[in-house]
Design a binder for this molecule. Sequence first.
Ligand code: CMC
Length: 378
Amino acid sequence: MTTPALVPGLAGIPAAESAISYIDGKKGLLSYRGFPIELLAEQSSFEEVAWLLLYGELPTRDELESFQNALVEARTLSARMLDVLRSLPGKGHPMNALQASMAALGMFSRSREYRDPKQQDEAIVRILGATPVLIAAFERFRSGEDLCEPKPELSTAANFLWMLTGSEPDALSARVLDAALILHADHTMNASTFTARVVGSTEADPFTVTASAIGSLTGPLHGGANERVLTMLEEIQGDEDVGEWIEARLAAKRKIMGFGHRVYSVKDPRAVILQGLCAQLFEEQGRTPLYDLAVQLEEVMVKRLGDKGIYPNVDFYSGIVYSKLGIPTDTFTPIFAIARVAGWLAHWREQMADNKIFRPTQIYVGKHDQSYVPIAKR
Ligand code: CMC
């Protein structure tokens, strides 16, 4: 059998059959289980979308209610788990804190038989419900604040803002974060989802699967880009000419954060929706100069690199939304994780339902038949 040619980054190579989400990268379309993302962001809730991704259908009212109740219960962390969070270095990055605390959360779980659908469902609820709390608790502890007790009457988005900042969000802020979570919940075979499927294929437990996917999401080419977009905009702010800034950056062979995508050759549909959410927030709470700068940057970039199919991706406008909601810049990527946990676990379930361990091949380019020289003679 001849070895197939290497495809760097596995670009265009299918790694699984999946019925969870679908992208048409030329038309700029994204759907979850056949529902367009625009419709879900407008009419659904993060909890409903998580169910849809996980179980394939929209929930009935009873199903949604008991799912929401289970998520609320999963917001409570044990005193020992809180001790773990308190002991993490406060100067470390919140994504590393999330990865470490997710692995620790798994150590407190008593389930071990994850081929059993009941134990799968219990772990899914625990991970989905606890993730925002792990992030909020780390933020509170590193700022020298006490944990805010979760409020059962609040949605995942609203409760997260409450536990993070210590003040209950207004209805618009909660709705905007809810929509942002919907937009980030799944996105076909991206790096962190592939990680989740690879780790899941070894039959590792779902906490380990999620912790591994969190690690993959931290990178600046993936989820870590949203944080860097904001730092980049702040860096440009003092500059006179955005065009010159872009040219200097491209000449230095550096990427413009929040632009480009392996699958889309047009503007990411999630970026379009996030811009709409920015507009809603600005109308009620005032405009931010960073947004005008971002729009200007987009205009220059489209003229400069649009013909190469490089347009804004989801990370370009999300940071502006999050900073308007009062979220610290290094906590933007953890918010991506709150949402993407739903997608990772849906892919884990799908992988477990018809599993084959991932074990690709390689093209060996090293030496053969070397002669060994004993250490004394080297
Ligand atoms: N700025 C400048 N040039 C770019 C950019 C960019 N943001 N993105 C791609 N290019 C150029 C790249 O230099 C290359 O040019 P050439 O063919 O002349 O060498 C060409 O476009 C193809 O780029 P690539 O990096 O080989 O494409 P890829 O499919 O391997 O990577 C990407 C996709 C998202 C990693 C890349 O576009 C990138 O690094 N973007 C910046 C980081 C970013 O915003 N990441 C968030 C991605 S969306 C959300 C998520 O998945 O987390």
